[in-house]
Write a protein that binds this ligand. Sequence first.
Ligand SMILES: [Zn+2]
Length: 138
Amino acid sequence: MKDNERKKLIEAAVEARENSYSPYSGFSVGAALLSASGKVYTGANIESASYTPTVCAERVAFFTAVHSGERDFSAIAIVGGSSEKGISSFTPPCGVCRQVMAEFAKADLEIILYDGKEMKVFTLSELLPMGFGKSNLE
Ligand SMILES: [Zn+2]
């Protein structure tokens, strides 16, 4: 994937972050997921007063895409930061989201992080080494 394509995905994640509902943590996250078909699905974190039902931006993006019939993905951009101060550091996906990514994406899924200045690119296999998946149940 080219850097200009990654930047477009980051821009979509930054825009998606604007719709974060995070009054409890004060930490807004946006994600933009690129499917193999070329469509971009976005998500933002959505919190609940009882905490447990809270969903991360990455899973909102993945579940929206899967619900739309997508099953093949090439990259996801993730941005996060204080709702007041903005994006100031890299926001890696939590363990639960990494597991969901492994369910629907291949090991070479690009995970693009952005701190407001620079990007870092990882593959899913780098962020979830020796993950548990479908093949373990065969
Ligand atoms: Zn997460």
